[in-house]
Design a protein around this ligand. Structure first.
Ligand SMILES: *Cc1c(COP(=O)(O)O)cnc(C)c1O
Length: 503
């Protein structure tokens, strides 16, 4: 075993390296989902719970890995795979990934990541400036001030949102070590603590409210899928009357379902008039701040107290990079925790402010992206993706097989396929809509199964459909490799399926 251990850490396996390069290249150029096995068949391949005893030789391991494991991955980067918020990664990301894994730094504390702690603060500071636009003096004062936090990396938007709720709750209710939040609330005469946002809030808010012991109030959206401000004012008034403490208002900067943007300026104003923390969930849309053409879509975001942006969506970083930005550096004290053996209060350790402990150096990818892509590169990518969405919307409008549910605000397009026998009608009865719902669900399943093209599916109430839940197909137009021809392929695929299913 001595030789084995030496080999494990010291011998470079050229064979493995070559294999990884080959498989990665193949994966990138495979344009459709090659694996059409049904999920319920695949599951049988993963039934064994036997712990492998002897180390396997590399060659047979790789052969098995390629044949039986890798074929089951989703081709998220394929240009006709338009269902999810994940893109192909720029090539440099994958290469850099090797380096990041070899470095294997732990950004929880400076002792295990040295100068990278400062790099992390710097790259997040660059985006903080894109969000809030403070001046040089502000960043000279706070960027590297270890007693506060301007921004942090999280594993994703979910944890960034939960961190924001945590901060909002502690700011508003206060925190007494060892005393649960509900007790402090009740002793001060409140019945509960609430978070208010629209019904299109991402389900990470349900998780966060559950974890933190907060109530979540979801208010309706208007005809443009934006939080209804009158409804918000009414709910705030009711909360006052019922002695419910409002700890956070949530605005969405690009809903997961539609890409619609809440009236951020007004929500911030309503919150701040009453000293309520306002959080903007821009996990999806926040990256548009890097496009001078489209950043106006998010106007008002600069007034928020905290902002979530996912770098693993539109900034095209590897999965595992969410970010939370904090407007007022002093707010970070509301979530500060330390440990005598590791992250000391007076240290520069970022772990004092994060839910996660051990944390990877995602900052290295962001550093690379900001330099190798730059603002102009991102603007080109983002503008093209918005244009692609407008092109798809136009194609849908011109074709009687399709009904565009709403004009796209960003780069997400919602639509449905109309069965041949119902095409050409101005509007539909409830019974017809039920039928169209079932038709679209079935069509999307068949399309997924065939694996040539892909869009996702959602079920949402919309005012234009009399506030009834409607099954909608959802195309996310982020992939830079998607061309007009790919969009035509998607639509022709769906029309063929519609004809088959409509018979
Ligand atoms: C994707 C998304 C999230 C969740 O982010 P994860 O990275 O999946 O945890 C939260 N909010 C919105 C609006 C999103 O689009």
């Amino acid at each position: 075993m001595q030789d084995f251990i030496h080999e494990l850490f010291r011998t470079n396996t050229a064979e493995l390296e070559q294999w990884v390069n080959k498989v990665s290249r193949d994966f990138r150029i495979t344009s459709d989902a090659v694996d059409s096995s049904l999920m319920r068949d695949i599951v049988h391949d993963f039934g064994s719970t036997e712990l492998p005893a002897d180390p396997q030789d590399m060659r047979s391991f790789l052969s098995n890995f390629e044949k039986n494991i890798l074929i089951h991955g989703s081709h998220l980067g394929a240009p006709t795979y338009l269902g999810h918020m994940t893109t192909p990664l720029p090539l440099f990301m994958s290469e850099l990934g090797k380096l990041v894994n070899t470095f294997n730094q732990n950004l929880m504390k400076a002792e295990s990541s040295r100068g990278l702690t400062f790099l992390e603060r710097q790259v997040l500071g660059i985006l903080h400036r894109c969000v809030f636009g403070f001046d040089d003096a502000f960043y000279a004062r706070y960027l590297q001030d270890p007693s506060v936090l301007l921004a942090s990396f999280t594993s994703g938007g979910t944890l960034a949102n939960i961190t924001a709720l945590w901060m909002a709750a502690n700011k508003s209710i206060g925190k007494v070590p060892g005393v649960p939040r509900w007790k402090t609330l009740v002793e001060s005469g409140w019945s509960d603590a609430v978070v208010i946002g629209s019904e299109l809030m991402h389900y990470s808010f349900d998780k966060g409210a559950d974890l933190l012991g907060l109530s979540l109030i979801k208010i309706p959206v208007n005809a443009s899928q934006q939080l209804d401000l009158d409804a918000l004012r009414t709910v705030i008034k009711q909360c006052d009357e019922q002695k419910r403490k409002i700890v956070c208002l949530v605005g969405i900067g690009g809903t997961t379902d539609f890409g619609s943007v809440d009236p951020l300026k007004e929500i911030c104003q309503i919150g701040h008039e009453r000293g309520i923390h306002v959080h903007v969930d821009a996990a999806w849309g926040g990256s548009l701040l890097l496009s001078r053409t489209h950043r106006h879509i998010l106007s008002g975001i600069e007034d928020a107290d905290t902002v979530t942006i996912d770098a693993h969506k539109q900034l095209m970083l590897p999965i595992g990079s969410g970010m939370l930005f904090i407007r007022n550096p002093q707010d970070s004290s509301a979530i500060m925790h330390h440990a005598p053996y590791a992250v000391r209060p007076s240290s520069v350790d970022q772990g004092r402010f994060t839910i996660e402990g051990t944390r990877p150096a995602m900052a290295l990818y962001l550093y690379a992206a900001l330099h190798l892509i730059g603002q102009k590169g991102y603007q080109a990518l983002l503008d093209a993706s918005v244009q692609r969405a407008q092109l798809l919307a136009k194609k849908l409008k011109e074709d009687s097989y399709f009904e565009l549910a709403a004009d796209p605000v960003m780069n997400i397009v919602l639509y449905r396929v109309i069965p041949p026998c119902l095409q050409g009608k101005e509007s539909f009865t409830d019974i017809e809509n039920d039928r169209i719902n079932q038709f679209n669900v079935l069509l999307q399943k068949h399309q997924r199964q065939a694996g040539k093209t892909f869009v996702s599916r959602t079920m949402r109430k919309m005012q234009r459909y009399g506030n009834k839940a409607i099954a909608l197909l959802r195309a996310v137009l982020l992939n830079p490799l998607t061309t007009a021809t790919d969009l035509d392929m998607l639509l022709s695929d769906q029309k063929t399926l519609a004809d088959q299913l409509g018979r």
